[in-house]
Design a protein around this ligand. Structure first.
Ligand code: NMX
Ligand code: MLT
Length: 423
C-alpha cells in the first residue's frame, strides 16, 4: 500500500509535465494544441494529408479528372471537401459549367487591378482584388437585411462559389498586368474546367502537361487541415461573420509569408542560387556545402521542415511522381537539382539538429516544374497556391455557418500570469 506522500510523488511529475506542455503551447506557436473543428481534411504527422479519409493516391484514383485528362481537378476536390462524397462525372461537369458561367470579374475590379503598380507583389494584388470583390457579397447583403442564422450557410455557399469562380480570372489578370502588359486575355470557355480556363488565361493553354500539372497542384494544395496559417486565418476572420471575400483576403496575406506559402517562391530562388554557385558538375558534396552555408548564415532551408509533418510530405511525393513519368522533366537540370537536394538535405538538417522535421514539404517541389514549362516568374508562384487554398477555406466557412460555430476568442495571458501558473 502506498503512503499519501508516495501517491503524490507519482502524481506531481505528471502534473509538472502537463504544465510544461501548457507553457509550450502558450509560447510555442500553439503547436499540437487541439482547438479547432475541421472536417474536410486531417493531417497525420507520418502519413500526411487525408481528405475525408482519402490519401492523395486514393483521390487520384477515385476523383473524376477533366475530359481527356488524368489528374484530379479542383471541382472534384471541392465536391469531396464540401460534401465528404466522391462526385460523379456529371456532377463535376455541372460544377465546372457553373464556375465558368460565374467567372467574369466585375468591371470595377478589373479597373482597380489594372490601376495597381506592376511592381506591387502579385500576392498583395491578389488579396486586394479578393477584398474588393466583397462589394458583391450576397452574405453581407442578406445579413444587413436580417436573415436567420439557419440561412447563413446558403449565402456563404453562394459567395464561396462566386469567389472560387473569379479567383483564377483575377489571378490571370494580375499575371498579365505584371508580366505581359497589353496582351489580350482569352475569354472563359464554358466547356472547360476551372484550372483549364486558368491556364488558358495565363497564356499557356496549349501546354497540356502544364495544364495537368496545375490541375494536380491546385487540387492537392486545396486543404491541409485547419491549423495552417492561411486556413486558420480564414476561419478566425470568418468566425466574426465577415463574408468569404474578406475572410479569404485575410488568409491570402497569411499565405504570403515566407514561412508559409511564399516558401515556394523562396525555394526556386534558393535552388537557382545553388545552381549558380555550384557552376559545373553538381555533386552531393557541393550541394551539402551549399546547404551548410545557408544554415550557417542563419537562414532556413526553404521547402524543408513542417509544423506537423514528420515525414516527407505526400504532396511533395505526388509532384515528384508527376516528374518521374515525363522524360522532358527528368532531363531538366533544375528538377534534377531538386531531386539531388532531397537526397542530401535530410541528413544535413538532422546533423544541424534544430528542425523537428528534416524532410521536404510541398514547396520543395512545386516551383521547379512551373519553371520548366516557362512559368518562370517565381514571385507569382504563391498566387497559384492562393487560387488553390480557397477550396479548403470556403469549405470551412460554409460548415462553420451550417454548424453555427461561435466567434473565435481564445484567452491570452500576461508574463506575470504565466509566471504565476508555473510557480
Ligand atoms: N531550415 C533551418 N532551420 C529550420 C528549418 C529549416 N528548413 N525548419 C525549422 N528550422 C528551425 C526553426 O527555425 C527553429 O529554430 P529556432 O529554435 O532557432 O527558432 C527550429 O528549427 C525548430 O523548428 P520546428 O519546430 O522544427 O519548426 P516550426 O514548426 O517552428 O516551423 C516551418 C515550421 C515550416 C515554419 C519551418 O520548418 C521552416 O521555417 N521551414 C522553411 C520554410 C518553409 O519551407 N515553409 C513552408 C511550409 C509549408 N507551406 O507551404 O506552408
Ligand atoms: C500548408 O499546406 O498549409 C502547409 O503545409 C503548412 C501547414 O500545414 O502548416
Amino acid at each position: 500500500t502506498k503512503t499519501i506522500r508516495e501517491a503524490l510523488e507519482e502524481v506531481i511529475p505528471v502534473k509538472q509535465a502537463q504544465l510544461k506542455k501548457l507553457v509550450e503551447h502558450l509560447l510555442g506557436g500553439m503547436r499540437g494544441l487541439k482547438a479547432m473543428l475541421w472536417e474536410a481534411s486531417v493531417l497525420d504527422p507520418i502519413e500526411g494529408i487525408e481528405f475525408h479519409n482519402k490519401t492523395i493516391p486514393q483521390c487520384q484514383q477515385e476523383l473524376p479528372p477533366a475530359a481527356g485528362g488524368k489528374e484530379i481537378i479542383a471541382e472534384s476536390m471541392l465536391w469531396l471537401l464540401l460534401t465528404g462524397k466522391v462526385p460523379t462525372e456529371a456532377e463535376v461537369r455541372q460544377l465546372s459549367r457553373e464556375l465558368a458561367e460565374k467567372g467574369e470579374l466585375p468591371e470595377y475590379v478589373e479597373k482597380f487591378i489594372d490601376s495597381l503598380p506592376p511592381t506591387l507583389h502579385p500576392m498583395t494584388q491578389l488579396g486586394m482584388g479578393v477584398a474588393a470583390l466583397n462589394h458583391e457579397s450576397k452574405f453581407q447583403a442578406a445579413y444587413e437585411s436580417g436573415i436567420k442564422k439557419t440561412e447563413y450557410w446558403t449565402y456563404t455557399l453562394e459567395d464561396s462559389i462566386n469567389l472560387l469562380a473569379r479567383l483564377p480570372t483575377l489571378a490571370a489578370r494580375i499575371y498579365r498586368n505584371v508580366y505581359n502588359p497589353g496582351q489580350p486575355i482569352p475569354a472563359i470557355n464554358k466547356d472547360l474546367d476551372l484550372v483549364g480556363n486558368y491556364v488558358n488565361q495565363l497564356g499557356f493553354g496549349e501546354n497540356k502537361d502544364l495544364t495537368e500539372y496545375l490541375r494536380l497542384y491546385i487540387a492537392i494544395h486545396g486543404d491541409h487541415e485547419g491549423g495552417n496559417a492561411s486556413a486558420h486565418t480564414a476561419h478566425l476572420v470568418g468566425s466574426t461573420l465577415s463574408d468569404p471575400y474578406l475572410s479569404y483576403a485575410a488568409a491570402l496575406y497569411a499565405l504570403a509569408g515566407p514561412l508559409h506559402g511564399l516558401a515556394n517562391q523562396e525555394v526556386l530562388r534558393w535552388q537557382l542560387n545553388m545552381q549558380k554557385e555550384i557552376g559545373g558538375e553538381v555533386t552531393h558534396e557541393n550541394i551539402k556545402e551549399f546547404l551548410w552555408r545557408t544554415l550557417k548564415s542563419g537562414q532556413v532551408v526553404p521547402g524543408y521542415g513542417h509544423g506537423v509533418l514528420r515525414n516527407p510530405d505526400p504532396r511533395f511525393m505526388a509532384l515528384q511522381q508527376f516528374c518521374d513519368t515525363r522524360p522532358d522533366l527528368l532531363a531538366d537540370p533544375v528538377i534534377q537539382l531538386v531531386k539531388k537536394t532531397y537526397e542530401v538535405a535530410p541528413d544535413v538538417l538532422k546533423e544541424h539538429g534544430k528542425t523537428k522535421n528534416p524532410y521536404p514539404n510541398v514547396d520543395a517541389a512545386s516551383g521547379c516544374v512551373l519553371y520548366h514549362y516557362g512559368l518562370t516568374q517565381f514571385k507569382y508562384y504563391t498566387v497559384i497556391f492562393g487560387v488553390s487554398r480557397a477550396l479548403g477555406c470556403v469549405t470551412q466557412l460554409v460548415w462553420a455557418r451550417a454548424l453555427g460555430l461561435p466567434i473565435e476568442r481564445p484567452k491570452s495571458l500576461s508574463m506575470e500570469a504565466i509566471e504565476k501558473l508555473i510557480k
